[in-house]
Each structure stands twice: as C-alpha cells, then as structure tokens.
Design a protein around this ligand. Structure first.
Ligand code: HEM
Length: 527
C-alpha cells in the first residue's frame, strides 16, 4: 500500500506540521541557467513582516500575456512559461488568463504555504469551461467540477472505493487482464513492422487506459485492444478534444468566443459524447445488477458503489463521465513517457528488467523500489498536471511576502518546481535512482511516497506533487499506480524497448494535461 494515500493522516499532516523543507545536500548543483530562479531560496523566499498587496505583485501586462498565449502558441507552452515567469519575476507573479487573474506560485515552500492554508473543502476553480458545460446542460458534474457539500458527498464514496487499502486488490484482476491484452497487442503490432516498431505508443496506451477504466467504472469489457476495437475510438477522440479545447475556451476573451463559437461548440459536443457513453454503460450495469441480485463486495465496480450509497442516477452519470476523462490520458501519457525515457536509458531499463525477473510474485513486482522510482521520476519530468490550481478560501491568506485576498485564483507551478535544479540536481536528466534509498524496502513506512514526492537526501517534499495533495488530491492515484506498475513490469519482462532509429527528441506540450508534442515511436524486441 502506498502510505501517502492514507487521507486522514495526510490531512493531519497538512493542518499540523509539514516536514520542514530540506536544504539540498549532496554534490554541488551544476548551474542550469534556463531553470535558475531569479533569486535562489533553498528554504523558500525570506518573508518581510508587513505583507504587500496584490497590486504590488510583479507580472506581465495582460496584453503581452494574451498575445503570448494566443498568437505565439503559448497555450501549448504554458509549462515552459512557468519556468520563464519564475526567472523573470521570482517565485510569485500574477497574470491574466482570459478573464481571470491568477497568482502563480513557483517555489515548493510557497506551494506548501498555500496547501497548508486550504480549508476542508478546497476548490480548484470558481468557474471554468467544464462547470459552464454542466450548468448549460443542467446536469450535475462529478469530483472534478463539484464544490462544497456536493463534492464532499461524492468524494467520501469514491475515496472509499478507489483509495481504501483494499481498492488495489479489487481492481488488480481487471487491470491484469487489460495489461495482458496490451502486451499481446504490442506483440501483434511489432510483427507487422520489419524493424519491430510501434509508431505511436500513445494511441495504444490510450486504448489500454480506456479498457481498464471502463472495467473499473462499469464492469464493461470494451475490447479496445482487440484488432476490431475501433468502435471505442470515438470516446478516446472525445477525451482528446475536451483536453485540447479546455485551455483555448478558457483563454479566449468572451467577445472573441461569441464571434467564433466553433471551439466552444466542439468542446460541448465532446463532453456530451462522454456523458452519453457513460450513461449507456451505467444504465446497462444498473439493469444487469437489478436482474442479478445482490453483489459480493469484490465484484463491485464504481457504478455499483455509487448506486449502493443511493447517489442519484444523474450524479452517477456526472461522476463516471468525469472519472472517464480523468482516467485515460493521464495513465497513457505517463506510460508513454516512462517507456520513452527507459528506451533512451538502457542502463536503467536493464536494471529494472533484472529486478522484475527476480520478483517472485505479481505483488512483489508491483513493490519493486526501482519500478516505483521510474514512475516517480517520469512524473517529476512530465507531471501530467503541469499546473494545478486552488482558490483562496473565505479569508485572506499570506503567501510569501504577499497577502492574497479571498477567492484569488492560485496557479501552483508544479512543472517549474519539479525541474528546479536546487531540489533535483541535473533536473532535465532521467535519473530514477534519485528516489531510491540505500536499503529501499518498497512499501515500508518511510517510503518516499510517505511524504509528498520527497527524494531521499535532496529534494523538497513539495517540489514534485504529481498527484496533488490534501483532501482534494487525485482520487485515482492508487488505480493509476497499479496500472503503471503492472503495465511497465509486464512490457519490460516481454520486450527490450529501444528508441525508433529515425525518431528524434520528443518535447512535452500542454494540452490541459502535459502530453507528448509528437507521436512516440518505439522499437520492441522480443526477449
Ligand atoms: C498518472 C496518472 C494520474 C495523475 C498524475 C493524476 C494527477 C491528478 C492531480 C494532480 C489531481 C489534482 C489534485 C489536487 O487538486 O490536489 C488529480 C485529481 C483527480 N484525479 Fe487524477 N491523476 C491520475 C490518474 C487518475 C485516474 C486513473 C483517475 C480515475 C480513476 C483520476 C481521477 C481524478 C479525479 C476524479 C480527480 C479530482 C479529485 C477531487 O477533486 O476530489 N486520476 N489527479
């Protein structure tokens, strides 16, 4: 079990004493000019006694920022703009994203300050296109968009089903089947190519993500990984469109959006398709269970859990639609980046293959310290959610030298903090060993997962927070880690993975999530 998932413990951790940020130790940090903040503050910026107001905070002018976003492709480079913003303005700056003013926080100690002061019902946004879609259609949303008491009710049920210690066990069977189908598909695809190349592994991992999450949500076997699985491509496309259009619809000034409603219409259509798909499968499952009689606990999917708690059917639709969105590309991108890096780092791949071969059972496989370290390092370099958000609760809060008024939107710059050379020496290098202890014992207390993203000996506990933290953190974390660990281990047991000979360097791009900017092609050699 990943101890970091014990929610009450983590809530207590947040409200009382967070581990003091550690000053980086170890070898001197080679300078990385592109990533150096204007003023280095290993323990966070020093605070003056009288906090300043928002008006005094630095930041780009609104026109310059909008120009950068819309005319110079900045929406796709938002993650890089975090790094540039920190270099130019320091660890706190303000900018206008569309109609909304947001304060960027790009220092782990300041991220800790924000999270320490969030209330029991944290909010990520006052308004956003996803919420606008729900209110336009008059349908309830799910965990991603609900707030307050409604959020708390759904969160309680879903956390019990997805984050409790038994959750991973309950989903291990379906995930193992999906992994076996993925490996078989990779084998078929590699045989179709003279050099054993699969030209776009992202698509294959999207299919895997949808197959696994559909089983977990509604016990539906979709057959996404079979050769005839094209029927589900529409769902994958809809997820992609929602993600691609979210930031555009958010950043475009409202008058422009009214003049050219095409992006907004396409965005709503994509969400409608996801809701329709989810509704079909929820209805089918509810009818099947009604006909079949009471279920054993181990046979329950998320739809069953929500129905058992008498959650209204429209809220079940909203919740599973949003879980569907959250569960496909997140896992797929992380798998793609992990294999991309392992293909380019044959030493790490060979070490992981050695450990995986020696593991006697599937459980031992999932607990391999190096496997967990590979996933942590991948998520440090490519945090799926490069920027998270929080709304200041109903009172002003102090962050660094500034007093942020209630309801201010805060952008937590996770991409910038997780590539900060003060906390991760040679920050752009893939080095899973940063996360290993000398005598790493996997899941024992004190595992790096215990504190949020804290590599032993160097880092800062808030420098890499790929699943967020606190009561609003990722509810799918346990399921995601299960899928990532199982899929990576089985792929590496079966294949040696090499870069595509003609393939170049693939950069990340922001598409709401951080995704590969070009297809990742890899060569799979049978072991
Ligand atoms: C590598 C995979 C994943 C990563 C890195 C990831 C990351 C995140 C992050 C950073 C957040 C925001 C947390 C916060 O605000 O503190 C989040 C929220 C969420 N994630 Fe994930 N996620 C992943 C996979 C999944 C999966 C597989 C599911 C579905 C089962 C899922 C469902 C959700 C939901 C519903 C929320 C909103 C939680 C709430 O507001 O209460 N995620 N995720």
């Amino acid at each position: 079990m990943a101890p970091s998932l014990r929610l009450p413990a983590r809530a207590a951790l947040l409200s009382h004493s967070l581990p003091e940020p550690r000053v980086p130790r170890g070898p001197p940090v080679p300078p990385d000019p592109s990533l150096q903040p204007r003023t280095p503050h290993p323990r966070g910026p020093p605070e003056s006694s009288r906090p300043r107001g928002l008006a005094e905070m630095p930041g780009p002018s609104s026109t310059a920022f909008i120009f950068e976003l819309l005319c110079r492709g900045g929406v796709r480079r938002l993650h890089e703009m975090q790094v540039h913003g920190r270099c130019r303005f320091g660890p706190l700056w303000k900018a206008r994203f569309g109609p909304v003013l947001t304060v960027h926080v790009a220092d782990p100690a300041l991220v800790a300050q924000v999270l320490r002061q969030e209330g029991p019902e944290p909010s990520r946004a006052l308004s956003c296109p996803w919420k606008e879609h729900r209110s336009l259609r008059g349908v309830p949303g799910g965990l991603l968009t609900l707030e307050g008491e409604a959020w708390r009710g759904s969160r309680r049920v879903l956390a019990r089903g997805l984050l409790s210690p038994g959750a991973a066990k309950a989903f291990a069977g379906p995930v193992a089947t999906a992994v076996a189908e993925l490996v078989a598909r990779l084998q078929r695809l590699r045989r179709q190519h003279p050099q054993g190349i699969v030209p776009d592994i992202g698509i294959e991992f999207n299919r895997f993500g949808l197959e696994a999450i559909s089983w977990v949500l509604f016990s539906s076997r979709l057959g996404c990984l079979e050769d005839t699985g094209e029927a589900t491509e529409g769902v994958i496309r809809s997820v992609g469109e929602v993600l691609a259009l979210t930031l555009v619809t958010m950043a475009l000034p409202r008058p422009l959006l009214r003049l050219n409603p095409a992006p907004w219409d396409a965005f709503c259509r994509a969400w409608d398709q996801l809701f329709a798909f989810a509704k079909g499968h929820v209805d089918r499952r509810v009818a099947a269970v009604a006909a079949q009689g009471p279920l054993a606990k181990g046979d329950m999917c998320v739809t069953d859990l929500l129905a058992r708690e008498r959650v209204p059917i429209s809220s079940i639709y909203g919740n599973v639609s949003e879980l569907l969105l959250a569960g496909v590309d997140t896992v797929a991108s992380t798998l793609a980046w992990s294999l991309y890096e392992l293909a380019r780092n044959p030493g790490a791949q060979a070490a992981l293959h050695r450990d995986a071969t020696a593991a006697a059972t599937a459980t031992a496989l999932g607990r391999l310290p190096l496997l967990r370290a590979v996933v942590k390092e991948t998520l440090r370099l490519y945090p799926v959610i490069p920027a998270n958000a929080r709304v200041v609760p109903d009172r002003d809060i102090r962050v660094g030298n500034y007093l942020l008024p209630r309801q201010t939107l805060i952008t937590l710059c996770h991409y910038a903090t997780s590539r900060d050379s003060r906390f991760f020496p040679v920050p752009n290098a893939f080095r899973p060993e940063r996360w290993l202890r000398h005598r790493d014992t996997g899941d024992a207390p004190g595992d790096p997962g215990d504190t949020p993203g804290h590599p032993p000996g160097t880092g800062h506990p808030f420098a890499s927070l790929p699943f967020g933290l606190g009561p609003r953190s990722c509810v799918g974390r346990r399921l995601a880690e299960l899928q990532l660990h199982m899929a990576l281990a089985q792929i590496l047991l079966r294949f040696e993975v090499q870069p595509e000979p003609e393939g170049g360097h693939v950069r990340p791009m922001t598409r709401t999530l951080l995704a590969p900017a070009a297809p990742i092609g890899l060569r799979f050699l049978e072991r």
